[in-house]
Write a protein that binds this ligand. Structure first.
Ligand SMILES: Cc1cc2nc3c(=O)[nH]c(=O)nc-3n(C[C@H](O)[C@H](O)[C@H](O)COP(=O)(O)O)c2cc1C
Length: 255
């Protein structure tokens, strides 16, 4: 098995970089292949834009979706995007490591998805969700928050962190991944006094061990449920008797 580990953190010595390295080592210890794609490390440009594309189909107006599809069809994707797409297509598992920034993923990670989940190649009509390009492969989000577990709970002051990550998980599901329950580590804070920092280090060391133990049981890691194609009328509207797995896709309330 092969894992692609994507790291979206600007600092090599960050806790997130450390976690990504733990994922790589755990994966290798199990006899699998694992490589880290360090987005900041390779100065990835997360901005989609016309300047990336050699073949300009329409000089007047840049259409990102059409540019992606055309360059995929012509095998003329920007070199870094072609490399990342290949890594993705060859991987059996994708692990995304990132800090929770402003209630979501850092722009670097979002931009990576904008550019690497190429229209025409990784998704198109008839090639989405359970028929997606990445079907049969698993994806996991591993994210850290500065706030406490209580504050990030469904009734917490910051709001439900897992729910806020749902749009990201939905994107992974959209291109066909079986998405695993995200692994969230809370209360990761900098600028602490020496004693408190030591206590935090001890706690995080324990949490890393727990994470590694879960990785060792990768096959048992639970998936996030999503509605299937047959749960929708014309592929669009949730059928009245269909199950609801997320407040993002729910039945309309009848007064
Ligand atoms: C731009 C920015 C936005 C942040 N937004 C949040 C947030 O919305 N919720 C939260 O709990 N922590 C937030 N934090 C704190 C980070 O999640 C925390 O610093 C990080 O998880 C620590 O991991 P690291 O040591 O690998 O950077 C934010 C930090 C930065 C720099």
């Amino acid at each position: 098995m092969r894992a692609l580990i994507v790291l979206a953190h600007p600092e090599q010595q960050s806790f997130n970089a450390h976690l990504a390295e733990q994922t790589r080592q755990s994966w290798r210890a199990q006899g699998h292949d694992a490589a880290i794609l360090d987005l900041y490390g390779e100065d990835f440009d997360p901005r989609e834009g016309r300047w990336h594309y050699a073949l300009s189909k329409d000089a007047e107006r840049f259409d990102p979706m059409q540019a992606q599809r055309h360059h995929w069809d012509q095998q003329q994707l920007p070199a870094d995007i072609a490399r990342h797409v290949n890594l993705l297509l060859q991987a059996d598992a994708l692990v995304l490591h990132f800090p929770f920034w402003w209630f979501g993923a850092p722009a670097m990670l979002k931009g990576w998805m904008d550019r690497v989940f190429v229209y025409g190649g990784l998704y198109k009509s008839g090639m989405r969700h359970e028929n997606g390009a990445m079907r049969g492969k698993r994806a996991l989000l591993v994210s850290t928050a500065g706030s406490s577990m209580q504050a990030c709970a469904p009734d917490g002051r910051d709001g439900d962190m897992r729910l806020m990550l749902w749009p990201l998980m939905n994107a992974l599901h959209y291109i066909g991944f079986d998405v695993l329950e995200p692994h969230l580590i809370h209360g990761v804070r900098g600028g602490l006094a020496a004693d408190t920092a030591r206590q935090q280090d001890d706690r995080l060391a324990r949490q890393v061990l727990e994470y590694q133990a879960k990785l060792a049981q990768w096959e048992e890691w639970p998936s996030v449920p999503f509605n299937r194609n047959e749960d929708f009328t014309d592929g669009q509207t949730l059928r009245p008797n269909a199950p609801v797995y997320s407040p993002f896709v729910r039945h309309r309330e009848h007064a």
